[in-house]
Design a protein around this ligand. Sequence first.
Ligand SMILES: Cc1ncc(COP(=O)(O)O)c(C=O)c1O
Length: 424
Amino acid sequence: MSSTPFDAQHIWHPYTSLLNPLPCYEVVSAKGVNLTLADGRELIDGMASWWACIHGYGVPELDAAIHQQLESMAHVMFGGITHAPATALCKALMKILPQGLDRFFLADSGSVAMEVALKMALQYWQSQSQGKSKHRFVSLANGYHGDTFGAMSVSDSDTGMHSIYAGFLPAQLTVPAPQSSFDGEFNSAELAPIEKTLQQHHHDIAAFVLEPIVQGAGGMRFYHPEYLAAVRQLCDKYEILLIADEIATGFGRTGKMFACDWAGIKPDIMCIGKALTGGYLTQAATITTQKVAHTIGASNPGVLMHGPTFMANPLACAVSLASLKLLLDSPWQHRVNAIEAQLKTELAPAKALPQVADVRVLGAIGVVEMKTEANVAELQKHFVEQGVWIRPFGKLIYVMPPYVIKPQELGQLTKAIMGALMAN
Ligand SMILES: Cc1ncc(COP(=O)(O)O)c(C=O)c1O
């Protein structure tokens, strides 16, 4: 069922026009890996609501955590107040984060977590004798870090269409996107332009910002762990903080708890979000080391200048804690590996098709890159008719299903993708 007339006229959807919106489907309920449309059709979800719903929908443990939290309080301000859901969550996260990342700022969305990360980096350098000169950021072409202004400034300007906001965004430094693929040979020559940029500008650079291993919205590209390890080393060499944006990759999506784990590195600042709450509520976190936190704290004025109204919302903290427990109690690694194996097998035949440029799979992420842009509206309709929810963008048809998806359900997703490619 396409969008209601009211919706089409009055409500913006992500990255759409209100004059000429793409069709929209009304969902009335979601359970397990199924979305139910207003006309009664059931769709198998291939998107996990943009990386977030790793356990699927209507999850009894997560429902219960929210109900239980509601009995004491839904929300309370975090200024001058603390509460058990926040402290319990941060304690639990400390056990799975790279060791030494143990100072938390609880934000209300991924983009805001990125803004806070940028502020942390700026304040860290302002607090030192190097003073205010370290104020720029270096980031990767094809990167994506959110839609707020700071986050946009470190995202790829083409894929984020930043030209619309030209003149308003701070100019940052961009280095070429990683080229060595995740499981190919690592070509160390690709570090040369990065080293050159850092050599030239390190006096100005506060931090290097990247999505570890998977560049998501900028092209669903998977790059080599040695690249990430090398960037960590270069940041150390040139005294630059490393900000790892794990908002999409965190909580097992790539087959490791965090994508940084593939390279065994610890960033100075890490952002998490999306799957943090199991996709139930909006919450994210910016986490740093004692060194960064204490350096900021020891300076004048010493305060980190950020404080969202819904910071550390108790419902979001409670459901995040429950989601983390559910993940850790589950055979998540086995599930993600099984999804990876099945996606590799079932999407492999697409490689031979003339309209396909590449097929790649990492963890519970499967991508078919076409040679030309997809007609989103048409493809979307095809997928819905096939009983699946897959939302392509640009040249990419991709899936990142909830980890609880069954082999037969995943098979329906890959069958629908192969069918769409054959029909093209
Ligand atoms: C890597 C990455 N960083 C940041 C964000 C922004 O998160 P949010 O949409 O919660 O603001 C996203 C969202 O897609 C993302 O994929």
